[in-house]
Design a protein around this ligand. Sequence first.
Ligand code: GAR
Length: 196
Amino acid sequence: MKKIGVLVSGGGTNLQALIDAQKSGVLKSGEIVTVVSNKAGAYALERAKNVGIDAHVILRRDHASKEDFDIALRDYMQSKGVEVVVLAGFLSILGENFLNAYKDKIINIHPSLIPSFCGDGFYGLKVHEAALSYGVKVTGATAHLVNEITDGGKILLQKAVYIEDGDTPEILQKRVMEQAEWIILPQAVEMICAQD
Ligand code: GAR
């Protein structure tokens, strides 16, 4: 069993999907040992505590530089023995100190079909606003490995979701989560945990 560390910033529905996948057996080659948030009030922390998983906050403002913040995140993960890292709605960009420690072992879920609507500045509802204002008829989600290029690492899994008449960014976000993110993220994490 690989030890998994999850980084979050918000509601944590993707974290919940991972917790549920552990219970159902979809995620069987790894176990979540810690959840770390860069936002103090993130509901994702409650989801972790509810099932007895270590929940920890590390704030950017408590560190002198972005590098120091990165190192603190890395050191905390390593102190818990984490081998695979999942970004489940973690809305901060990781730097090289973190990336070098977990090369090809960091998985992100992005709410569009990469390479559309991705890269710096495309996160959360902004992604769905961009898809709707462009007028695409199909969007979706992508689970991918994380490297130094924002949303630029190797694609692991993608799933398409149709846009419907009357969609708002909020309605579309929910459909993309339900029909794509919560399904492919646990599958991608299992793929990486099952390696060697
Ligand atoms: C999810 O839609 C996730 O794909 C997105 O943030 C949301 C977090 O929701 N991530 C990004 O936009 C990363 N660029 P959650 O906290 O309920 O899982």
